[in-house]
Design a protein around this ligand. Sequence first.
Ligand code: SF4
Ligand code: SF4
Length: 337
Amino acid sequence: MRPDRGPPLAELWRPAAGGAIVCELCPHGCRLAEGASGLCKVRRNEGGAMALPYFGLVSSLSTDPIEKKPLHHFLPGSAAFSVGFAGCNLRCPFCQNWSISQELPPRLEAFSPESLVKAALRSGAPSIAYTYSEPCVHFEFVRNAMTAARRAGLKNVLVTNGCLSPTPARELLALTDAANVDLKSWSADAYEKVLGGDRDAVLEFIRIASSICHLELTTLVVPGISDDEAGILSIASFIAGLSPDIPLHLSAYRPEWKFRSPPTDPALLASLAAAAGAQLRYVFVGNVPGRSSDTLCPDCGSIVVSRRGYRIDTSGLRKTDSAAYCANCGMALHIKV
Ligand code: SF4
Ligand code: SF4
């Protein structure tokens, strides 16, 4: 479904000369002439005002294990009602979801924030995850859905590239219970020249998120972009400066879309994880078949959360209403249960 125009409620833009407008949602600051769309494809100048032609149009719906987001320390073993839209403000040449992030899918299903929340409640999942493509370019819809979800007693999970201006970032993160943010490379140059993004804006987003909600980070280890040990150590050091309890997921890349380099070598991934683990308490390796990614107690080394694929066993945790402890040694753990 492709309606001609969305509801007139776009925020974060200003008028410019000659009928143009400037979008203030993300660091690109697109200047849009009459009839033009932004880099993300989903915000458009219609008659000298910002229109949202893709407001509430959903490309993908699925009930996933929350570990797939990936989130390992937020409601472990639970399901997340997961929703994807269309468009993205980055151009990662290895995007695994390029058919919805870089193209506008021909078949989209229309939801209101309230009808999305009703669908989530029917699924029985305790959370809604805004994921798959880039949810933040749909700021107004996601903000309204998050507000409705909170009212209905659901948790909000944001899976994002974090390339957003600070004001909308604060507004969305205030409604977010858990976020997984991609930190795709330590190289500002790679962000700018290869991914079409702004590393410093992402670092600021992560700083804000770390003070507001549960946070985990993901780095896809891509040859030539994010597979150097110095870069991974800089990422680990940045995270440790916020909190060594923030989990880092180092995920194996596989060739997709325009990027044809061979997949990440599992041995390299393991060695990068070990290096990052000198500064962080929880470093997980992802996308490697057969590889275990248990959470170990940082104090006594017992398995507190065991993962075999998506079979999750939390019997190593002692849980109270608001906290989790190692069942073996009693250490308080930064795991939301
Ligand atoms: S959100 Fe979209 S239109 Fe706005 S500045 Fe970013 S890429 Fe441009
Ligand atoms: S930020 Fe994510 S969705 Fe957007 S292009 Fe990069 S990998 Fe794809």
